[in-house]
Design a protein around this ligand. Structure first.
Ligand SMILES: Cc1cc2nc3c(=O)[nH]c(=O)nc-3n(C[C@H](O)[C@H](O)[C@H](O)COP(=O)(O)OP(=O)(O)OC[C@H]3O[C@@H](n4cnc5c(N)ncnc54)[C@H](O)[C@@H]3O)c2cc1C
Length: 411
């Protein structure tokens, strides 16, 4: 009998688990604990609307205080679980402030932390990361005064910050260590488009960048030194070189990990039968049904996997099968991705990159598996629907951009 559920991590996935537990009719106690001090909030706007000044802190909150009271969800904020033990039927968690919380079953949704760049000068003021509201506040405090912004890492978050900075009239340089941008997620064609698009909007992009150290004066960063001896002036350095799953609590519980993340099955079940896990911190069976394990860092995954995790906590087993999707807003460019392109052997480009509107369809063994859509909602929606329904679109027909994709869907 499950009466007391503890959720560790009050972010996107934790919030959804609490929500789904009540939607599923769970009437027992729910305690959700988060080590950040503000009400649970959305992260995507931090590098977009919040940085532009178009969204304030309150607008980021998933729910207001009343929601938690109305739904009898005990929220413990600004405190972290630092110790935990379980028996066959339940367990007890201890927080940094000494609070103890008993539970029958538990959900682990601790998210991730930015990978740190440990080089000389990395402790200088102005060397920043972007994961939390606290990080975004630090960036905003320094924003007005900064003329020169260097972004290290040409991934989604780095490029979103670069786009805001360029639009604000700052001198922006993006330093990417690989030979193309967003290389983990998109094909060379899409990478090349984004390089050109950011350059056209005023950013300088250096690929294959070799960073030596940060230079500073009076404790503040003043530039980024490259191995070739050049120094790029910077009052703000935004480091966006990926994230690492948070596994502190999983390690205390001795949970099985895979590639440094918490291993779960298709029911979001960890190696401890009392514990489910969801979100960025998790390595899961590919939800598209293909072979292998994946780690997905997206709102869609956190939300959809959390639904499954909540059901598992209540003994209603439903396996996690969902089409991954993702978006990134970079200035006036909206990138939407549906499906997973891993292992693709063919691409079809539709539309016109020079007009900032096109899509790239990814195929594997003749079957459509994913799309990158740039300011092209109709192609994105057509592929998303098609893949959700396990259908395909023949590549040769898709190559004709004048034909609407949704008319080409076949079984
Ligand atoms: C700047 C930014 C922009 C993004 N933009 C997009 C986007 O455009 N599209 C998209 O799909 N995704 C985007 N994402 C990714 C998306 O926000 C994440 O995938 C999502 O938040 C993951 O949810 P989560 O619950 O796993 O982790 P989180 O939302 O990070 O929540 C985890 C919480 O657990 C807390 N925690 C960890 N350990 C403990 C502990 N021991 N005790 C108590 N609390 C603990 C953490 O501090 C954190 O508050 C963005 C992320 C960032 C940072």
């Amino acid at each position: 009998m499950t009466n007391k559920i503890l959720i560790i991590g009050a972010g996107q996935a934790g919030m959804q688990i609490a929500d789904s537990l009540r939607e599923e009719g769970f009437t027992g106690s729910i305690t959700m604990i988060g080590d950040e001090s503000q009400l649970p909030y959305q992260r995507p706007p931090l590098s977009k609307a919040f940085l532009y000044g178009e969204a304030d802190e309150e607008s980021l909150e998933f729910r207001n205080q009343k929601f938690y009271a109305d739904n009898n969800i005990e929220l413990v904020l600004g405190d972290a679980v630092v110790n935990i033990s379980t028996t066959e039927n339940g367990g007890v968690a201890t927080t940094a402030s000494g609070k103890t919380i008993e539970f029958d079953r538990m959900a682990l949704t601790p998210g991730s932390v930015p990978r740190k760049l440990e080089i000389a000068g990395s402790d200088l003021d102005g060397v920043l990361y972007m994961r939390s509201l606290a990080d975004a506040r630090k960036l905003k405090e320094r924003w007005e005064a900064a003329k020169n912004v260097v972004v290290i890492g040409g991934g989604f978050i780095g490029l979103e910050v670069a786009a805001v900075a360029t639009k604000a009239g700052k001198n922006v340089t993006v330093l990417e260590g690989a030979d193309r941008m967003m290389a983990r997620a998109v094909c060379p064609f899409t990478s090349e488009y984004f390089k050109n698009a950011h350059e056209r909007r005023g950013a300088k992009i250096t690929l294959n960048a070799r960073i030596s150290h940060f230079e500073g004066a009076n404790g503040k960063v003043s530039g980024v030194a490259l191995e070739d001896g050049s120094v790029i002036p910077a009052e703000i350095v935004m480091v966006g070189i990926g994230v690492l799953a948070r596994t502190e609590v999983a390690n205390l519980l001795g949970l099985e990990l895979a590639n440094g993340a918490i291993l779960v099955d298709e029911f979001a079940q960890t190696s401890n039968p009392l514990v489910v896990a969801a979100g960025d911190a998790v390595m899961l069976p590919n939800p598209t049904g293909s072979e292998g394990l994946v780690r997905l860092e997206s709102v869609q995954n956190a939300v959809d996997q959390a639904h499954v995790a909540a059901k598992t906590l209540l003994g209603k087993r439903e396996s996690y099968h969902a089409l991954p999707w993702f978006w990134s807003d970079q200035a006036d460019i909206k990138l939407q991705i549906a499906g997973l392109s891993t292992g693709y052997d063919q691409t079809v480009v539709r539309g016109n990159p020079d007009e900032d509107s096109f899509s790239v369809l990814y195929y594997k063994n003749g079957r459509l598996i994913a799309v990158d859509a740039v300011n092209h909602v109709s192609d994105y929606m057509a592929v998303r629907k098609c893949l959700t329904n396990a259908q395909t679109i023949p590549a040769d027909a898709a190559a004709d951009s004048s034909v609407a994709l949704k008319t080409l869907v076949t079984a």
